[in-house]
Structure formats: structure tokens, C-alpha cells
Ligand binder design. Structure first.
Ligand SMILES: NC(=O)c1ccc[n+]([C@@H]2O[C@H](COP(=O)([O-])OP(=O)(O)OC[C@H]3O[C@@H](n4cnc5c(N)ncnc54)[C@H](OP(=O)(O)O)[C@@H]3O)[C@@H](O)[C@H]2O)c1
Length: 253
């Protein structure tokens, strides 16, 4: 297959490299992208096809792996595409279905996706959940690659729901531990809190350090992800305040 990846960020470059390892011809689109993205694409051995429009005309499969807040605009750039479009970003089921409407208003087929785990470099670390009528076909394209692709169902939105519910816990609790310690600091009792953590919750000092590192590196991207999770909770009849607050915490980073 000829596969296009929009765009080779930290995760997208690893997904693209996995597809190359699976024997596919993998292209990226350099138009408008930074030197850092170009460097990652070069390292992964990707072919520069120039623009998303050129990708639309040449690829059988296009995988969108970009910041969640850019997912809708990225899908719109693929006008005229007639292959299978995989939306692999951390967006709500409702956003995923909306992107599906954009994509299938042309000739393309649409598969919803969600990635759980670090950028895949070796088998066993990372899963790509897929849903939609062509989920099995997309999963087959990843056979033999370091990224394990799992078809969840034929219903668009289910793969995103898995990702949202999973990240609700991982990134929600990371935001909470940051805010808890900030509160203790503001009250002048940080030292006492850290001493109590050491006695009764010995994992939290490390969890706090990890959360701080991640928030510093990726907090800008997680704001939209928390908002997507809040929308997912609201649509499921759950309170959405947890993740609206988490978005606010990450915005401060
Ligand atoms: N990284 C992880 O460990 C991880 C884990 C699970 C899931 N994911 C998912 O993977 C997706 C991408 O994450 P990432 O870590 O690869 O992000 P990243 O390293 O920040 O890369 C984002 C890529 O998208 C491009 N981009 C940034 N803003 C854009 C915009 N407004 N319009 C179009 N393209 C834009 C960037 O290009 P330029 O910088 O050149 O503009 C870059 O190539 C997210 O949906 C995330 O939830 C990531």
C-alpha cells in the first residue's frame, strides 16, 4: 500500500516507521511543517510528497496523527481523497464522527482510531484501537509491525471512546497530583505533604515528578485532549468538570 501520514510528530513518525517496517511505501507532506518534523520524517525514511492535496491523489490509506485541536482542519485538507482515512487522534467520539462526515462527504472510507502507549519502536508497547466498517482492513495493514492494531467494532466513535476513557484516568490523575502539590505549596505546607506522601502514598512523589515533566513537554497539546474528554464525559451523562479543570491545569504549563 501507499500510505500517507499527517504528520510525522513524535507519534506520527513512529507510526510511519512502523508502516515502513510492514513493507508499505510511506509518504509525508512537508508543506507548512517545521524543520523538526522534516528531520523526523528524514530519520524515518519517509518520502516527501509535498502537500496534503498531492497525498490525497496518491495514497491508498492516510493516517492522521496530529494534535487533537488540529484534527478537523487536517481532515479538511484531504479534499478529493478516495482511499481509507484513519483519524488516530485523541478526540471525542462526537468529534470523530464529525470528522467522518467531512471525510465521507467525498469518496473516502473512514476509520476511527485511538493510540494508547508510547511511540512504537518495538512490539508490545503500543496499541492502535480502530472502529468502523473498514477497521479490519486497516488493522491488516499494520500486521507484522511494532504497532498492534485492534479492531474494536464496526461503529465509528468506539475506538475514540476507548482512548478517551483511558486517558481520562492517566492524564486526569496526573493533573490532579500537580494541583494537589501546588495547593500545599501555596498554603506553605508542601514539605509536610511530601513527608506524608513518603509515609502513606510512596508512589506519589515519582508520579508528581513524571506529571510535571510530561506537562512541561506536552501540556500545550493536552489542553484540547482534556476538553475532548470532558465532552465525552458530558455526552455519557458523567460530570465534565474533572477534565475541564485538568485542561486549565495543563494550560498553565
Ligand atoms: N506522543 C505520544 O506519546 C502519544 C501517545 C498516544 C497518542 N498520541 C497521539 O498522537 C497525536 C500526535 O501526537 P504527537 O506526540 O506526535 O505530537 P507532536 O510531536 O507535537 O507532533 C505533532 C505533529 O503535527 C504537526 N502539527 C502541529 N500543529 C499542527 C496544526 N495546527 N496543523 C497541522 N499539523 C500540526 C506538527 O508539525 P509541525 O510541528 O512541523 O508544525 C507535528 O509534525 C495526538 O493526537 C496524540 O494524542 C501521542
Amino acid at each position: 500500500m501507499t500510505v500517507g501520514v499527517l504528520h510525522p510528530g513524535e507519534m506520527g513518525a513512529a507510526v510511519a516507521a512502523a508502516l515502513r517496517a510492514g513493507g508499505h511505501d510511506v509518504a509525508w507532506a512537508s508543506a507548512g511543517r517545521s524543520a523538526a518534523t522534516a528531520a523526523r520524517a528524514g530519520e524515518a525514511g519517509l518520502r516527501d510528497i509535498g502537500t496534503p492535496e498531492a497525498m490525497a491523489g496518491a495514497c491508498d490509506l492516510v493516517v492522521s496523527v496530529c494534535p487533537p485541536h488540529a484534527a478537523v482542519a487536517v481532515a479538511r485538507e484531504l479534499r478529493g481523497f478516495g482511499g481509507i482515512y484513519v483519524e488516530a487522534n485523541a478526540v471525542s467520539p462526537e468529534t470523530a464522527r464529525g470528522i467522518g462526515e467531512i471525510v465521507t462527504s467525498g469518496a473516502a472510507a473512514y476509520v476511527d482510531g485511538g493510540i494508547i502507549g508510547p511511540p512504537p519502536r518495538e512490539p508490545g508497547t503500543t496499541r492502535l484501537y480502530l472502529s468502523g466498517p473498514a477497521a479490519g482492513e486497516v488493522a491488516a495493514a499494520f500486521a507484522g509491525t511494532p504497532l498492534e492494531a485492534l479492531a474494536v467494532s464496526a461503529r465509528v466513535g468506539d475506538a475514540s471512546a476507548v482512548k478517551m476513557a483511558y486517558a481520562a484516568w492517566t492524564k486526569g490523575t496526573a493533573a490532579l497530583v500537580l494541583a494537589a502539590r501546588e495547593t500545599a505549596r501555596a498554603e506553605g505546607v508542601e514539605e509536610a505533604l511530601v513527608a506524608e506522601w513518603a509515609r502513606s502514598l510512596p508512589d506519589l512523589a515519582d508520579a508528581y515528578a513524571r506529571a510535571g515533566r510530561s506537562a512541561t513537554a506536552k501540556g500545550w497539546r493536552w489542553v484540547a485532549e482534556m476538553e475532548e474528554i470532558a465532552a465525552t464525559f458530558a455526552a455519557a451523562g458523567q460530570p465534565d468538570g474533572f477534565h475541564r479543570a485538568a485542561a486549565e491545569i495543563y494550560r498553565r504549563y
